[in-house]
Each structure stands twice: as C-alpha cells, then as structure tokens.
Design a protein around this ligand. Structure first.
Ligand code: SF4
Ligand code: ZN
Length: 281
C-alpha cells in the first residue's frame, strides 16, 4: 500500500536531514492548504523531532483574499498553539501589494514573490529561527522548472531542492512537501480538519506558473507519476543541484542579496524616485 502523506513527509524530514534536534523552525504560512499542512505536520510532530515551531504570515493587503488568508492563519495558530508572527506590507510600505506592483509597473506575482522571499529571510534571522520552512510542493517545483526554461533562467533551476543549507545571512531553507502533490495536501487537510482558505488570490490567473501547473495536472491524470519523474529527471540532469552561493549583505538594509543592493531596496528607491514617500496612502 502506498505510504500516507504524513509518513512520506516525516521520511523526508528525517532521511533528508531537513530538521535536527534543537532546531527552531519558522513556517511561512499563507492561509492556503499547502503551508497549513507543512505547519501541521511539523508542529504535531515537533516533540518527537525535537524542534520548536513558529508561524510567519506576510499580509499582502490584497482586498478580499488577504482578510480570508489572515483569518485562516489565525485559526491554524489556535489549533497548533504555536507563536504567530505577522508582517503587514501595507504598514511598512504605506501601500498594499497591488498598488506597489501598479506603481512599479511590474506583475503582482513578481513583486509578491520578491517581497515574500525578502521578509522570510530577514524575519527568520531577526526572530531567531535557524530554519525556514515553506509549503512548496511538487506542483510548485514543476511550475518553477518549466517557467525557468521558458524565461531562459535555467541557471536558477539548480536552486531547487528540499533543503538549502544555512549561510551567514540566511537560515536553512526546507520544503517538507517537496514530493507531495497539491491534490494530496488538499485531501489530507480536509481529512484532518486543518484550517485553510479555499479563496484564491485574484492574481493567480495571471501567473504563467499557475497555468503550467494546471497543464501538468492533466498530464498526471494520463500518466500517473509524471510530475515526480519530471522533477527527478531534471534534478539528475542538472550539475550542482541544491548548491547555494553565499549571498552578500545589501549595502542599504543588510538583507541577503547577490548584488550590492537588494531588489527590495531597489523597489523602494524606484517608488521614492516617483515622488512616493513611505507611509503615504
Ligand atoms: Fe502572490 Fe501571485 Fe500568489 Fe497572489 S497569485 S499570492 S500575487 S504569487
Ligand atoms: Zn536592501
């Protein structure tokens, strides 16, 4: 009989050395099913794994969607009895995500991804968590790989791994659901009564990655196991998979970056150059 989701996740956590005794793990929770399941398994098994678990929610300020997401995260926090750290984009920037994207003339998902990665990295360190866990699943890996090949960012693909070791500026990054499909997390979350929102972000339909994931769902129906073998074969073919280059500190904010100034500081500079002041509505 095929192993259940929880057993497979625990197998990866232990076998892949994603977590070790004494780790402080911050799980980035969006309010959706995947990160809720990742947080659930880590928190419910925290005792036997010897870890402490906290939750991080980045409130994007997307009308309708963000309120629902925040409510689901609060309900999850109550069920898991874990500390919850919330970072509100609008409080810091004076603008919610859709307006930031509009003013920068960038796709909302591009800005969203950049801001989420930035605050996950910075807050995990600031709050004293040596591990950052996300709800990325097999479908996300498929979307990431295909999108990188479409956009010519093939080099980025080597970053794909269930574990990226910590560096001086970043916590260890883990993806407990690396080999789990989205439809499996939905089934598990429903069965266990895990709080999550089914409300979709209004920008989801504009995301090419979302369309790629839908297409691969159809391929998987025709050929079960297709997603897993696709990711496995790409990983096998890539030299230096899972390798990270040590980031340097942003000259302006100290956050990890591959250049001199991080993308978020450059975004802020562009907004200010357009006459915008932080805190201005
Ligand atoms: Fe962010 Fe795009 Fe996902 Fe919405 S669909 S939460 S904007 S990445
Ligand atoms: Zn910076």
């Amino acid at each position: 009989m095929a192993k259940g989701l929880e057993e497979r996740v625990l197998g990866l956590l232990r076998g892949g050395k994603l977590v070790r005794k004494g780790d402080r793990v911050l799980v980035s929770v969006s309010g959706g099913k995947d990160s809720a399941v990742a947080a659930w398994v880590l928190a419910k098994r925290a005792g036997e794994l010897g870890i402490d678990v906290g939750l991080l929610h980045i409130d994007l300020g997307i009308p309708g969607y963000s309120e629902e997401s925040r409510a689901a995260v609060e309900a999850l926090r109550e069920r898991l009895d874990a500390p919850l750290h919330v970072h509100e984009i609008e409080k810091e920037w004076g603008l919610a995500l859709p307006e930031i994207a509009r003013k920068l003339k960038k796709a909302p998902c591009h800005v969203c991804g950049t801001l989420k990665r930035y605050y996950q990295n910075v807050l995990a360190k600031e709050l004293g968590y040596n591990v950052l866990a996300t709800g990325h699943n097999l479908d996300d890996s498929v979307g990431f790989i295909v999108n990188n090949f479409i956009t010519g960012q093939v080099k980025q693909t080597h970053k794909i791994s269930p574990l990226l070791p910590e560096t001086e500026l970043t916590s260890r990054k883990i993806k407990p659901l690396f080999w789990i499909q989205g439809r499996e997390t939905e089934g598990y979350a429903t069965e266990k009564g895990i709080p999550f929102t089914r409300c979709s972000c209004p920008f989801q339909k504009q995301s090419p990655t979302h369309v790629i994931r839908e297409a691969f769902d159809r391929v998987e129906e025709l050929r079960p196991g297709a997603k897993k073998s696709f990711v496995k074969n790409v990983l096998r073919a890539l030299p230096g998979k899972g390798e990270t280059t040590s980031p340097s500190a942003c000259e302006l904010c100290g956050a990890p970056t591959s250049g001199k100034v991080c993308t978020v500081c450059r975004m802020k500079k562009r907004l200010w150059a357009g006459g915008f002041q932080l805190g201005q509505q």
